[in-house]
Write a new protein. Structure first.
Length: 124
């Protein structure tokens, strides 16, 4: 029998953990971790999943879809049926939208967070 693993945390490198945590908190509604600070911030989901943001001096944003600076991580979020509305809201919060969109536009979109990490939003 193979070992079972449960994902409990994902941590993203960034230049400003509190700012990036604020973006994802507004985007997802997750609760801020009470011990967040300028070097490491986090968000908690009710089921125990933790998303962390750690300060990296000299941070370089991923170059997507190119690999000059590899993306290293890609997160996907279900957003329900209103993909256009979710995209508009995320762009207002500070997300970016790369020109390259590898998916059918009615099914999924690739966006970038304020420090360049690519992520997908997908219809339910």
């Amino acid at each position: 029998m193979s070992p079972q693993m449960e994902l409990v945390a994902i941590t993203l490198d960034c230049p400003d953990p509190l700012a990036l945590a604020a973006f994802y908190q507004q985007a997802t509604g997750l609760e801020p971790h009470p011990k967040s600070d300028a070097d490491f911030a986090g968000l908690n989901r009710a089921d125990g999943l933790f998303i962390g943001f750690q300060r990296v001096d000299g941070y370089r944003a991923p170059c997507w879809p190119g690999q000059t600076v590899p993306q290293q991580l890609h997160i996907c979020f279900k957003v329900g049926e209103d993909l256009d509305g979710a995209e508009a809201r995320l762009l207002e919060l500070g997300a970016g939208k790369p020109d390259h969109q590898p998916h059918e536009a009615s099914r999924a979109r690739v966006l970038t967070d304020p420090v360049g990490h690519p992520f997908c939003i997908v219809r339910d």
